[in-house]
Design a protein around this ligand. Structure first.
Ligand SMILES: [Zn+2]
Ligand SMILES: [Zn+2]
Length: 114
């Protein structure tokens, strides 16, 4: 069965795009429907942008504060609060085992080894 290039209209941006014979062959083998979107819009969707074209890539907002312990600059993944001491990552790892109970949902799980 021979395929010919076809022009389809993208439902998203309404531009015409070519549904190539190769693609048609591939789609029919897989049992896919005709594509509704041009390659541009498809890749835009896949990369997650979607709404409003925002470039949000899951990057975390980081905050800087002064470490309570050593006075160095500390980078925090959360907004520092007045009623809680702030530690740099260095001091945090020293402080945490002694503190107990202040679990931050970190990596390692319980410290119940002793
Ligand atoms: Zn499009
Ligand atoms: Zn520190």
């Amino acid at each position: 069965m021979a395929f010919e290039d076809r022009n389809l209209k993208c439902v998203e941006c309404e531009n015409d795009f070519v549904f190539t014979a190769d693609d048609q062959d591939f789609h029919s083998q897989k049992g896919y429907q005709d594509p509704k979107r041009c390659p541009d819009c498809r890749s835009a969707r896949r990369s997650g942008g979607g709404y409003g074209g925002g470039g949000y890539r899951g990057e975390r907002q980081m905050y800087t504060a002064t470490c309570d312990q050593c006075g160095n600059e500390a980078t925090l993944p959360f907004e520092p609060r007045q009623d809680r001491p702030v530690y740099c990552s260095d001091c945090f790892s020293k402080v945490r085992p002694a503190g107990g109970g202040g679990g931050g949902g970190g990596g390692g799980g319980g410290g119940a080894r002793w």
